[in-house]
Design a protein around this ligand. Structure first.
Ligand code: SF4
Length: 76
């Protein structure tokens, strides 16, 4: 585990399959029948991941620091 990485969670029960996250960060999110899936649960820091989490209309995407488990995005 490293401080240079984030952990992505998608709460699919909230996801409305808008496709916004996959549009902003296609290297990190893919839409399947039940909603958005992160292509990898743990990723190197990438602003696109934060932008996708901030843009999700239902805040279904949570980004945490992998080492400290602190919420990185979305932040109010
Ligand atoms: S932006 Fe949010 S609601 Fe839209 S597909 Fe991604 S996770 Fe689902």
């Amino acid at each position: 585990m490293s401080d240079t990485q984030w952990r992505i969670e998608v709460q699919r029960h909230l996801c409305i399959s808008s496709g916004i996250c996959a549009g902003i960060a296609p290297r990190h999110f893919d839409l399947e029948g039940d909603g958005s899936h992160p292509l990898a649960d743990v990723v190197d820091h990438d602003d696109d991941v934060v932008d996708a989490a901030e843009a999700c209309p239902v805040e279904a995407i949570k980004v945490f620091s992998n080492a400290g488990n602190e919420l990185v995005a979305p932040l109010d």
